[in-house]
Design a protein around this ligand. Structure first.
Ligand code: SF4
Length: 275
């Protein structure tokens, strides 16, 4: 069994309760043929297998649940009525630019190209001039059009819901596939982008390296932390916690309610460690 959490050596966690590990129940992807997935994507599925051998503090999951109740950011693409295709467009832009900037362009994008069929017929130069506002080049416009054509030809204009199917779309990477599958379809899948990776690395005392995103261990943590219900809310909480509390340069450890379960938080100089 992997022992990842440094605070397991402590008798009490920040929440004043004895440390309690949690096992992920069930294996929703047990029969998936991972040989169909590109090698760098296999860690996602291997992480699920590995997560059965990992225990994470149940308090951590509860902490993200509580965080989601009061602190989730509001963006137009997070509205429940947003179509999966429109959400996919937002996630593709968010992978390249900041949310604040995406909010200035995304409404126009989905108004001009409300369906994959319309985007598949887009004029590249007019699409490019819109995306240029985000600093994106012609290549991005061509990529979006190619993706839309693939959706029309292979999926009759309907966005597929599983990570495997989404990964089959051109220019859709592992983060985007998991985000869309979770946020738009409520699928039981974790997300790990560079920001979530930073949070996991600090909590579990892993080195903060970009390559970690391709680590089975990081995905195993993602799977083990995933609640059985309200998966999209949990994943949004991870993203927003990373953006608002566990920030890249100046994490707000003193105000962080999980600092006593966090390898970085309990060792950071100057952190108030009183209960
Ligand atoms: S204690 Fe600090 S490093 Fe740890 S999760 Fe909280 S903000 Fe991030």
């Amino acid at each position: 069994m992997l022992l990842l959490h440094p605070s397991r050596r402590r008798s009490l966690c920040a929440f004043g309760r004895p440390y309690a590990g949690r096992r992920l129940m069930g294996n929703k992807f047990s029969d998936i043929q991972i040989t169909k997935v590109m090698p760098e994507h296999r860690v996602f599925f291997m992480g699920l297998k590995e997560s059965k051998a990992i225990q994470v503090p149940s308090e951590l999951q509860l902490a993200f649940h509580k965080y989601a109740k009061q602190n989730l950011r509001s963006f137009p693409w997070r509205q429940p009525s947003i179509s999966p295709y429109h959400l996919l467009l937002a996630e593709l832009l968010l992978a390249q630019t900041k949310a604040h900037d995406v909010a200035t362009v995304w409404p126009t994008l989905i108004n001009r190209y409300p369906t994959p069929e319309r985007l598949a017929r887009a004029n590249v130069s007019s699409l490019s001039s819109l995306l240029r506002r985000l600093g994106l080049q012609n290549q991005r416009a061509k990529a979006l059009r190619l993706l839309a054509r693939h959706l029309v030809e292979e999926y009759q204009g309907q966005l597929p819901s599983t990570v495997l199917e989404l990964l089959s779309l051109p220019h859709v990477g592992l983060y985007t596939a998991t985000a869309v599958s979770s946020f738009a379809f409520g699928k039981h899948v974790p997300i790990v982008d560079a920001n979530v990776l930073r949070v996991f690395a600090r909590i579990f005392g892993l080195p903060e390296q970009r390559e970690l995103r391709r680590s089975q261990k990081v995905w195993a943590i993602g799977w083990a932390l995933l609640p059985n219900r309200r998966v999209a809310q949990h994943n949004y909480a991870l993203l927003d916690f990373a953006a608002q509390v566990c920030t890249p340069r100046a994490p707000r450890c003193d105000a962080c309610h999980i600092r006593r379960c966090c390898a970085y938080g309990i060792t950071k100089p100057g952190t108030d460690r009183s209960p």
